[in-house]
Design a binder for this molecule. Sequence first.
Ligand SMILES: Cc1cc2nc3c(=O)[nH]c(=O)nc-3n(C[C@H](O)[C@H](O)[C@H](O)COP(=O)(O)OP(=O)(O)OC[C@H]3O[C@@H](n4cnc5c(N)ncnc54)[C@H](O)[C@@H]3O)c2cc1C
Length: 436
Amino acid sequence: MRVVIVGGGWAGLAAAVTLCQRDVDVTLIEAAAQLGGRARKVEHHGLPFDNGQHLLIGAYREFLRLLALIGVAEDSVLIRTPLRWLMRHPGGAGVDIRAPRLPAPLHMTWALLHARGFNYSERLAALRACAHVLRPPGAADDITVAAWLQRTRQTQRVIDMLWSPLCLAALNTPIASASAAVFTRVLRDAFLHARADSDLLIPRRDLGAVFPEPAAAFIRRHGGRIIAGERARALISDDACIRGVRGTRGDYSADAVILAVPPQTCIKLIADQPALTALAANLNTLESEPICTAYLHYAPAIPLSAVMNGMAGMLGHWLFDLAPMDKPGWVAIVISGPGEHMHLDNEQLLTALRQEIAGLWPSAAQFQEGFVIREKRATFSCRAGIDALRPPLRTALPGCWLAGDHTATGYPSTLEGAVRSGVQCAEEILRDKAAR
Ligand SMILES: Cc1cc2nc3c(=O)[nH]c(=O)nc-3n(C[C@H](O)[C@H](O)[C@H](O)COP(=O)(O)OP(=O)(O)OC[C@H]3O[C@@H](n4cnc5c(N)ncnc54)[C@H](O)[C@@H]3O)c2cc1C
């Protein structure tokens, strides 16, 4: 069986790894010169950075399983720390929540009951929301996270210091429009099953070295082909069945094709397939959200006591210390979703962020240089009702499959969602093959 995979992001690579391991003849074509898609390495003055600071959690089970399968030791590429929610505020009244080493969900109960910076009623409000996580809205009666927080009687401070930044970090969609069904699913996955699920996993190497490069090596070792710098232009089909993919350099025949590309690209590739008209219309309803990452270098460094620092009520959302990633003095500031920063050019944004840093850490740190990366279509917009819009992996054109973080995995637009879609798609193809 020959399978052509279009797209060398984490979804396409996960599908290729799964198929190669089962002796399927795999060809993966990727338009860019490098693999990784929206989670890739970029260089700045010869130093490796990422197209955006990424954070993973212990609940990314499918990704961690695949990492072990391709022979990468978790601690060689990721720093694992117990959950710490350190949210700073320009006024000084921050919040510090730490998960102790107790079994789930006791660890979260303890963490919220002892949350520093919350008073007694704020702690109880946060716990009340956790109890509601067990009675989530379904896909049919989905509501916004803001409405769900109102239903669970959260105080404004708990929303500002905990739920709103958590929702933006997990779904990259503001609470006013984000899906409560997806948000509560993420909360259950991360906090209610096993303590280690809530661990924070921060890449210690550039993202290319975390997964795309070792995955590519695994695929090649198992006989797969990877062609970078090759753009798919159309699908080849006859008798309402897939026959392959037309690329800029030639045709690639296949018994099955996986389109592991974002919705906008997928729409173009399937445009002349009558069987996929409804899918194209469906994909067209998915909107996207941006993420902006500013990298700043200080010497001497900012005196940070934590790797991950929340910035409540500020332009910046999260400040990551990159010193443990061999970049002493460098920090990454993440701004999720849309916002005021979109009206500033890069120089103005860096100036504003430096002022926020100076307000939070008024010490001898000295700014040296900085740069900004804006990803306009970083994730799909995870709005209320989104579950009903996400396409399944199997399409109406026999042999044509989808993968990618936007497919119906139930997960938000994340690395785990991408990997799950790729693995599930490969497994469905293998099941179909076995049934024939
Ligand atoms: C700045 C930023 C920060 C993020 N932060 C986090 C985070 O902290 N945690 C988290 O879990 N997730 C995060 N995400 C989301 C995560 O990166 C994505 O969900 C994931 O990378 C999507 O992978 P994918 O394979 O589904 O899609 P993509 O990565 O988009 O892969 C699609 C691939 O297809 C290729 N392609 C497109 N058209 C063609 C064509 N015609 N022919 C051949 N190839 C083509 C593209 O070049 C690309 O490589 C972040 C994303 C961004 C951008």
